[in-house]
Design a protein around this ligand. Structure first.
Ligand code: AHG
Ligand code: MN
Ligand code: MN
Length: 337
């Protein structure tokens, strides 16, 4: 079998275009690749080993932690600490930020925010899950411990963001602000290979993804938009198709490739939305914008311009093909709460 360009080779090519680059971001990506392979291996034998199911604890947001949530969190944390280019990490599964305290790590200029296992309630039923990551330059001086201000930066300051999807194949999809590229993992050689260069979100699509069970609790504009998706209009390919996996990574990945919109609105149960601004919304917003799409939290509210005040802050999320986000935004404007 012919091997396409590996992720390592892809990074070397990119470095040649930036001769001033120090190689630290490449090293950070090597950490992410390593942890992704370990998590891939564990997920692929999830039905055989005693690693599925609840760990018996809750995270700071009161959600039941799965054993694999903790496993993935530990593996990514260890891999990121090992190379000394990251000075700290914040994770959906950690109550407080984690400052890597060795003198070597304190010299690291990057911080990482992550959702180590997204869609983890799907793990017991063999449905795709993922890891989401978001990378920033630290604001505090190099050589000192990482502090909260390093982590509470708006998404428009992201240096890189991406996800790993553990699906029918495992893929790494990310951006460093120059488009989006996808790499498929070949387990026979243990390497991620470039499979989806320059991924572009179709301008419009025919898929809408939302937990429709919450319909009665949604704002009026969202109810109107869902009805619009369902009303027949051959000229605009409606009714649209409804697809909702319940793993943001998997729903996002499909809609990025096929064209569509993903929504997690405010509701009575989640007055600020459910998804986490720093671990889920910002990285996905950076990706979709880099692919030509849009991500908003409400009318005129660009996700990446929101200024976070808390690590585990939630935000409503509407993202995907730009024309579909325009359509839902117009209905929110016409039906203010
Ligand atoms: P996590 O497993 O990291 O807690 O994330 C779950 C998120 C997201 O992946 C998914 O789209 C959403 O929660 C599903 O929520 P509902 O079950 O409320 O639809
Ligand atoms: Mn998640
Ligand atoms: Mn998670």
């Amino acid at each position: 079998m012919e091997i396409t360009k590996t992720h390592g080779e892809f990074i070397i090519d990119a470095q040649h275009e930036h001769p001033d680059a120090s190689g630290e971001l490449s090293s950070l990506f090597a950490s992410i690749r390593l942890a992704a392979k370990i998590v891939h291996r564990e997920i692929n034998k999830a039905g055989l080993a005693d690693i599925t199911g609840a760990a018996g604890a809750e995270n700071v947001q009161g959600e039941a932690q799965q054993k694999l949530d903790l496993y993935a969190n530990d593996k990514f944390k260890a891999a990121l600490e090992a190379r000394g280019v990251v000075c700290g990490l914040a994770s959906e599964e950690e109550e407080h930020l984690v400052s890597f305290d060795s003198a070597r790590c304190q010299k690291g200029k990057y911080i990482v925010l992550m959702d180590p296992l997204d869609g983890s309630s799907n793990i017991d039923v063999n449905v795709s899950v993922g890891t989401i990551f978001s990378i920033y330059h630290r604001l505090t001086p190099v050589g000192t411990p990482a502090k909260e201000e390093d982590f509470l930066q708006p998404g428009n300051k992201q240096v890189a963001a991406g996800y790993i999807i553990y699906g029918s194949s495992t893929m790494l999809v990310y951006t460093t602000g120059q488009g989006v590229n996808g790499f498929t993992y070949d387990p026979s050689i243990g390497v991620f290979c470039l499979s989806n260069p320059d991924m572009r979100a179709p301008k419009t699509g025919t898929i809408y993804s939302v937990n429709e069970g919450n319909y009665v609790h949604f704002p009026e504009g969202i109810k109107k938009y869902i009805k619009y998706c369902q009303i027949e209009d051959k000229a605009s390919n409606r009714p649209y198709t409804s697809r909702y996996i319940g793993s943001l990574v998997a729903d996002f990945h499909r809609n990025l490739i096929k064209g569509g919109i993903y929504m997690y609105p405010t509701s009575t149960a989640y007055p600020n939305g459910k998804l986490r601004l720093l671990y889920e919304c910002n990285p996905m917003a950076f990706l979709i914008e880099q692919a030509g799409g849009r991500a908003i939290a409400g009318p005129g509210i660009r996700i990446m311009d929101m200024v976070p005040t808390e690590l585990h802050q939630r935000a409503p999320l509407y993202l995907g093909s730009s024309r579909m986000v325009d359509e839902v935004e117009a209905r929110m404007v016409a039906n203010p709460e």
